[in-house]
Design a protein around this ligand. Structure first.
Ligand code: MLT
Ligand code: MN
Ligand code: ZN
Length: 308
């Protein structure tokens, strides 16, 4: 179907499967980061959190502009320019204002038209940082999207955003942030096309009942896989924060992790994304086996999913 311009159904490309920092993270030599620097390890480097979505394989919406977007475009032929000045990227949607999700906007500054969708709250964070004025408004159309309102990041692609439990961006924390905040700061995205329903939720602090019911029975879910256990960064020795403190629900937690909760929701496919470099699911072992035993998948850069 490629090149025909026909709408063929939801098509996804995982541009970046890692959490902020990527794998390996520049200043980290934990065993997984070290392995990702060793070509003989079988652990491939992974870039920071971003997803591309298309209906026709020709025009794409990007969900989150990671600081690695230049490399991601370079390693994704579908996103290369087709004429002298051109981009298949028609829109960018931001799900929170953390650096891993907005840093790449600076790379998209070369007078190329696209729509930039964000909630007013996330838009205000972008506006408060004058460096983002490099996105020339004559080319980049800012679109404010409201929670629960339908919008179209691409022709024919109906999307809806909703608040998920989270917190303000790390660089906006002032003392102890409110955890599990449900507002415009951290959102999930619902995508509907061709009778298929998919969700992109790369950051989520908890899975309350209402959220479970919302995604129940979905054809595809991309979900926050930052940490396997809440105290993982502390145990590895790379940090002092729990997953919860960072606004990320652990994959396992005595039956209350995302793995157990999502397993009960009759999901067609469930793929972990936004995976921190300390997470043991990058490697073969009992943790990764637990994910695959549940029928879930570990996202990786270049992963393609076609819901046609
Ligand atoms: C997060 O998801 O917790 C953020 O990406 C943190 C950060 O900005 O480094
Ligand atoms: Mn992040
Ligand atoms: Zn590391």
């Amino acid at each position: 179907m490629k090149g025909t311009g026909l709408i063929t159904g939801l098509r996804f490309l995982v541009l970046g499967s890692a959490a902020g920092g990527g794998l390996p993270q520049w200043n980290c030599n934990c065993s997984t980061c070290a392995a990702a620097r060793d070509p003989s390890s079988g652990i491939l480097p992974q870039t920071q959190s971003s997803l591309a979505v298309s209906l026709n394989g020709e025009t794409w919406a990007i969900f989150n502009a990671s600081p690695d977007i230049r490399q991601q475009i370079q390693q994704t032929p579908q996103l290369h320019p087709k004429t002298l000045r051109h981009s298949p990227i028609k829109s960018v949607v931001i799900t929170n204002a953390d650096v891993d999700h907005i840093g790449g906007l600076l790379t998209l500054r070369e007078k190329q038209p696209f729509d930039l969708f964000s909630t007013p709250a996330i838009g205000a964070v972008i506006d408060a940082n004058p460096v983002f004025r490099v996105l020339d408004p004559a080319f980049v159309s800012r679109k404010a999207i409201r929670l629960e309102e339908e919008f179209f990041p691409l022709d024919g692609l109906a999307a809806r955003i909703f608040a998920v439990p989270g917190k303000v961006a790390l660089f906006l924390e002032d003392g102890e942030p409110e955890l599990g905040l449900e507002g415009e700061q951290t959102i999930g995205v619902e995508l509907i096309a061709g009778g298929r329903r998919a969700y992109y939720i790369p950051g989520c602090a908890t899975l309350p009942h209402w959220l479970c019911e919302r995604i129940r029975g979905a054809d595809l879910v991309f979900f926050d896989g930052t940490v396997f256990t809440d105290d993982e960064m502390i145990r590895v020795g790379t940090g002092i924060k729990t997953g919860q403190r960072m606004g990320h629900m652990p994959i396992t937690a005595d039956g209350a992790g995302s793995l157990d909760v999502l397993s009960r929701l009759d999901l067609g496919r469930m793929i972990y994304v936004h995976i921190n470099n300390t997470n043991p699911i990058w490697r073969d072992g009992p943790e990764r086996n637990a994910v695959t035993a549940a029928g879930f998948e570990v996202g990786h850069d270049g992963m393609e999913i076609d819901l046609a």
